[in-house]
Ligand binder design. Structure first.
Ligand SMILES: Cc1cc2nc3c(=O)[nH]c(=O)nc-3n(C[C@H](O)[C@H](O)[C@H](O)COP(=O)(O)OP(=O)(O)OC[C@H]3O[C@@H](n4cnc5c(N)ncnc54)[C@H](O)[C@@H]3O)c2cc1C
Length: 449
């Protein structure tokens, strides 16, 4: 007899947090007085803030990291944990803009970012497991890009050629190869990329927080930066707990930029992304739906991404529209998408739902820029897990006299419409994206039928 689809409402909680130590244990208790003067203030306690802070401390600086809420409030412990080569911008647009050699430089940066995470998340002299005792669960699986229509599958042929021209190895998969790999008939073709893999993001963030503290960084939670004033020889940063003098300020606020950063908010566009997680699956079912454990995403504008978790769940994420919506409704839409991709999960409970914010520049490439006294790293879109750590380290090295990181070498103009922080124009762009997705899939159905 068929069981009815479970209708239980998922709890609003991040599944990754249940399987990771809380990074707050690396923070100094709020009762301790703040220092009056340091060399660096780092604002934001995600991957970029923690990596920048650790790098500056390892280079001998006194560093204070200010986090507005708790360390795991930002995107860094809430994301898909996918560590892949690429950017929000398409390969084609990068080649058109920078030429083949310029594009190679961008992809070299991205590959170096992947390698840096791999180095930190695996055993080895640089690995965080041995120094912190927290294993970020690196899995070297590569990823699959999956086309939901024959039209999108045809586009993947062009994408494969472009990537090969840049020396990025990929493997094109036809419908039957994808069906064999995924045990699903929902996809018309795909692209397999062996480089990269996944981490448990909350475990990686907890390991990074512990490593930063061990390097000498003082981490303060519930201490927002609320004002920045230029003074002789540097800056004074105000917080509700007191003011601190500093020479340098690093901004790692990404999708959570508040009114303190008007120049950043005119340039970086914040967007929400959402995830659900199933209950832990029986090993046979997990093997059926997750194949070799690779990271997966589809080629829609409103894309979905999914993967198995180290504790045996399927974590499935995506964006369903740019209009404000309730988490319960988004979770229902994501659940329907997940079951359309893997009907084997029709009777599996979805136990968790959560969301977070990422950010992108208008051209969907990352940026490093000095704005209003703060050196900001922002805009890695859905590639921040691989990119933020390396770029944060390169940004500190630049501030201390090294070469500028690649994203600091391109201009960052304000978004070319009246805008500061609330992206009112996204729902309109979203209508175009949704229509394009519909058109692609309609075309796909037609030519299949
Ligand atoms: C649901 C979801 C799924 C994603 N999946 C992936 C993925 O699979 N792979 C991938 O590469 N990327 C993914 N991303 C993107 C990735 O998570 C981000 O690019 C990355 O975590 C950004 O790190 P960060 O340190 O720059 O910012 P965050 O981790 O967002 O941290 C910013 C911090 O700044 C703090 N802050 C803001 N203002 C202040 C202030 N005034 N004072 C003090 N603190 C302040 C905030 O409280 C916040 O904690 C995903 C994002 C989301 C939301």
């Amino acid at each position: 007899m068929l069981r009815a689809a479970p209708s239980q409402r998922p709890q609003h909680a991040v599944a990754w947090h249940e399987d990771a130590p809380n990074p707050s244990s690396a923070a100094t208790p709020p009762s301790e007085p703040l220092p009056t003067s340091v060399d660096w203030i780092v604002i934001g306690g995600g991957f970029s803030g923690l990596s920048a802070a650790r790098r500056a401390a390892e280079r001998g600086a006194r560093v204070l990291l200010l986090e507005k809420g708790e360390l795991r409030d930002g995107a860094s412990s809430r994301n898909g944990g996918m560590v892949h080569v690429g950017f929000g911008a398409s390969t084609n647009s990068i080649i058109k803009r920078f030429g083949a050699d310029g594009a190679r430089e961008w992809f070299d940066l991205s590959r170096a970012g992947v390698r840096r995470i791999q180095q930190l998340a695996t055993a080895g002299p640089e690995g965080l497991t041995s120094s912190t005792g927290i294993d970020p669960n690196w899995s070297e699986t590569g990823h699959l890009e999956l086309a939901r229509s024959t039209r999108s599958a045809a586009d993947l042929h062009g994408e494969a050629e472009l990537r090969e021209s840049l020396g990025l190895p990929v493997r094109l998969l036809d419908r039957s190869a994808v069906q064999q790999l995924t045990n699903s008939s929902a996809f018309a073709g795909g692209l397999a990329v062996e480089e990269g893999g996944g981490v448990q993001p909350a475990r990686l963030q907890a390991a990074m927080a512990n490593a930063a503290r061990a390097a000498g960084v003082e981490i303060r939670e519930r201490t927002p930066a609320t004002g920045i004033i230029q003074i002789a020889g540097g800056y004074e940063v105000r917080t509700p707990r007191g003011s601190i003098r500093t020479q340098h300020i690093f901004g790692g606020v990404n999708g959570y930029a508040d009114r303190l950063f008007p120049a950043l908010r005119r340039r970086a566009i914040p967007v929400g992304s959402f995830m659900i997680a199933t209950e832990p699956l029986a090993p046979e079912l997990l093997a059926q739906v997750s194949g070799n454990g690779e990271m997966r995403f589809d080629t829609r504008n409103f894309l979905s991404y999914w993967r198995p978790t180290p504790d045996g769940r399927i974590a499935f994420g995506g964006r369903t529209s740019f209009w404000p919506d309730s988490l319960d409704h988004i979770a229902r839409l994501l659940t329907a998408r997940m079951r359309a991709s893997h009907p084997q999960l029709a009777h599996t409970n979805v136990t968790h739902a959560w969301g977070g914010r990422l950010s992108f520049a208008f051209d969907r490439l990352p940026r490093v820029a000095r704005l209003g006294g703060v050196t900001h790293l922002s805009g890695c879109a859905g590639s921040g897990v691989a990119l933020m750590t390396l770029l944060a380290e390169q940004t500190i090295d630049w501030e201390l006299g090294g070469d500028p990181p690649l994203p600091a070498r391109i201009p960052w103009h304000p978004v070319p419409v009246p805008y500061e922080g609330l992206p009112w124009f996204l729902p309109f762009a979203g209508i175009g994206f949704a229509l394009e997705d519909w058109w692609n899939e309609r075309g796909g159905t037609k030519s299949r039928g």
